[in-house]
Design a protein around this ligand. Structure first.
Ligand SMILES: O=C(O)CCC(=O)C(=O)O
Length: 292
């Protein structure tokens, strides 16, 4: 298991920051305590049991796969964790918004994969530096369980052409795949363990293979943006203020929820989803719903 990178007073040293900007990623970093990660997994799995057949307006999977921080307090707590934010500050500065928080789950011995892609292709914000993803492991992410693979330095590309494959084993909404042949030897396996996280740039080419292990591979994935980033495809987009100030007003701020699936939070979720579907499904060949 790779050793966790050391921090300077809980923050990224200049060397670590430079490494992020050179490689387009950084790992393994300490995000939350291992016990906290295991407790978060337990809470997630309790929610899966308690809410699967509840009378929610959308299938539970929709709330897990995007904007989970709007309806589940424990997800907002992870996204707003001060130790995580101390690290994020080293990448995007002291003013930080949470753009999204979501779960990527691969069940044991399943063929689910994530095709190689660049996140910013479908997010309507252009090829920006002011967005970073924290992928926080709640269970072991290893080559056997289908951890992510990154292509070093690929964030220096512009947004490259992608193709929608709609492959049923692909965890991405459109099965989007970058139209570049990525050599197996160029893939860096991002092995991380409960409580650790990796960071990646929105243009870093990445994906992941199937879970051949006996355990679920569960990650809580948080996307942080600088407030001066701006949605270009629709008039309104949403984010949660995590730290510092928003002097730009480019995002409508959403509150952290107080209890699981409170009716007002569920209504807000639905409002955001309708608008963000227009962003994420922009230019899609097939009409498909966003993670329903
Ligand atoms: O969890 C995975 O395997 C892929 C996640 C991903 O594509 C992302 O966090 O941007």
């Amino acid at each position: 298991m790779p050793d966790t990178l050391t921090l300077q007073n809980g923050k990224l040293s200049q060397t670590r920051q430079d490494q992020y900007w050179t490689d387009g990623y950084l790992f393994p970093l300490p995000a939350i305590d291992r016990d906290m990660a295991l407790a978060a997994r337990a809470e997630f799995e309790q929610i899966e049991r308690d809410w699967l057949d509840a009378d929610l307006p959308l299938p539970l999977n929709a709330y897990k796969r995007v904007n989970a921080h709007v309806v589940m307090p424990f997800v907002a707590e992870i996204a707003l964790n001060p130790h995580v934010l101390d690290i994020i500050e080293g990448i995007i500065g002291p003013d930080i918004l949470v753009y999204s928080a979501e779960f990527f789950v691969k069940e044991p011995h399943t063929d689910h994969v994530v095709s190689m892609h660049q996140d910013l292709t479908y997010w309507g914000m252009g090829a920006i530096d002011g967005l970073v993803t924290a992928w926080i492991a709640l269970s072991p992410a290893t080559p056997a369980s289908g951890c992510m693979d990154f292509v070093r330095g690929s964030h220096k590309n512009p947004i490259l052409p992608h193709e929608d494959t709609y492959d049923e084993n692909n965890l991405l909404s459109r099965g989007q795949e970058v139209r570049v042949d990525v050599d197996e030897q160029d893939k860096i396996a991002i092995e991380i363990h409960p409580g650790q996280m990796s960071l990646h740039h929105g243009l870093t080419i990445h994906g992941s293979g199937p879970n051949t292990s006996d355990d679920r591979r569960i990650a809580c994935v948080v996307r942080y943006v600088r407030p001066d980033m701006k949605q270009q495809l629709v008039d309104e987009d949403f984010a949660m203020l995590a730290r510092g100030e928003d002097r730009f007003g480019n995002f409508t701020h959403v509150p952290a929820p107080e209890k699981n699936f409170a009716p007002d939070a569920v209504a807000l979720y639905d409002h955001i989803r309708k608008i963000e579907s227009q962003i994420f499904m922009n230019g899609a060949k097939q009409k498909s719903d966003m993670y329903a």
